[in-house]
Design a protein around this ligand. Structure first.
Ligand code: GLY
Length: 385
């Protein structure tokens, strides 16, 4: 076992053991977005074979395996993650399910990681090609990256989603790797518009926002997974917090850290006493509505990274303590040991109003829980640096 895991805190030990069980169950096939009755099934989408590499969450599977390898040094984690990185190259070549902004999640955690950790041949070229595809979604007239669908899709044209800030580090990495500033310029423009229109004056965020794709005129807030257009969907708030902090590292002159602190404060101020967010921050704590533990995993990583980027002082200590508190609450209330196909963390909610993945393990929540543990345990650093 890698020295990084010595001595290993019990929460991390359990998470690694659960990941190992998942690998034995799924191998190089992909678990679904969420579990069903706390057991992951093979991912199933349309005409694709069961367990195929489709959807926006499949990158969290190699992401967990790379993290597992970094933590333990176990070769079988590295071997499986390497095979999956190559599989992501095939997905890109085949243009399979790539008409969305989530290319950052998919390719940072598969191929940027493979290049960084294992110098896997071809991984860098694959990740650069994915960044090209993400850059291809930039609408120059609006100065934003369109979230979903083909760029001429009338329903989706000019629509952005707050989650997208998490995908922009792929563009920063591509500029740093290729020397071409175009990727970073697109990220910069998208961030400025996100801060101006998706982050509200009270520090809450809206989920998605329509701009006029040609003129950039701001049109309207619309939720997709939240309680209402004007509410604050918990996971969107967490994506905004963490994404803004990650981008601050690459664009320190934009004031992103100050915005991230307002977003963080709103998130923390709306948590119930047990510190696990309900799925929308506008819900009454005694409403009986489900939690979304995955929002906490993302927020915890964001808070820990926020503390990393702040200068020594009271603010740094405050956000570091908040990040640690969220991780401890997750371990206490949501982590467990389940047989083979169980995940790492329950009480996640994918899309409450569509009754999709409610009170289940989520592949991204499991990933960010492991990342948060790795951050606490040895100061893990993201792959875009
Ligand atoms: N990024 C999609 C979601 O969080 O559900």
């Amino acid at each position: 076992m890698n020295a990084r895991l010595q001595p290993c805190p019990p929460a991390l030990q359990h998470a690694i053991a659960q990941l190992d069980r998942m690998l034995r169950t799924f191998g190089n096939r992909y678990p679904d977005d969420t579990s069903q009755r706390l057991h992951y099934q093979l991912r199933q989408q349309g005409e694709h074979a069961p367990g195929a590499n489709v959807g926006w969450t499949s990158g969290f599977w190699p992401g967990m395996l790379w993290l597992g390898y970094e933590l333990t040094g176990w070769k079988h984690f590295r071997d499986a993650a390497s095979v999956q990185a190559t599989d992501f190259a095939h997905r890109l070549e085949g243009g399979i399910d790539l008409d969305h902004h989530d290319l950052g999640f998919l390719y940072l955690l598969s191929n940027v990681a493979a290049d960084r950790i294992a110098r896997l041949p071809g991984a860098r070229a694959t990740a650069l090609a994915a960044a090209d595809r993400l850059l291809g979604r930039f609408l120059p007239g609006a100065g934003v990256i369109q979230a979903w669908g083909k760029l001429d899709n009338p329903k989706e044209r000019g629509r952005v989603i707050v989650d997208c800030v998490m995908n922009l580090p792929l563009l920063h990495w591509a500029s740093a790797t290729s020397g071409d500033p175009a990727y970073k310029a697109a990220a910069r423009s998208h961030l400025l518009r996100t801060c101006d229109y998706l982050v509200r004056p009270d520090g809450s965020t809206c989920h998605t926002y329509y701009f006029d794709a040609d003129t950039g005129a701001p049109l309207r807030e619309v939720t997709h997974q939240g309680l209402a257009d004007s509410s604050c969907w918990s996971r969107g708030q967490a994506w905004a917090l963490y994404g803004l902090v990650l981008n601050h590292h690459h664009l320190p002159g934009l004031g992103l850290l100050d915005t991230a602190m307002r977003v963080a404060d709103y998130f923390l101020d709306h948590l119930p006493p047990d510190q696990i967010a309900l799925w929308d921050l506008g819900l009454a704590h005694d409403s009986g509505e489900p939690r979304d533990s995955s929002a906490n995993t993302i927020a915890a990583c964001g808070l820990l990274e926020l503390a990393n980027q702040l200068p020594p002082g009271a603010q740094k200590q405050h956000y570091a303590a908040a990040g640690k508190r969220l991780v401890e609450a997750l371990t206490r209330h949501c982590a467990g040991v389940w047989p083979d196909a169980g995940g790492l963390l329950t009480h996640g909610t994918y899309h409450r109003l569509a009754n999709l993945g409610v009170e289940e393990c989520t592949l991204w929540g499991d990933y960010y829980y492991l990342e948060a543990l790795a951050r606490l345990h040895y100061g893990w650093i993201s792959y875009d640096r």
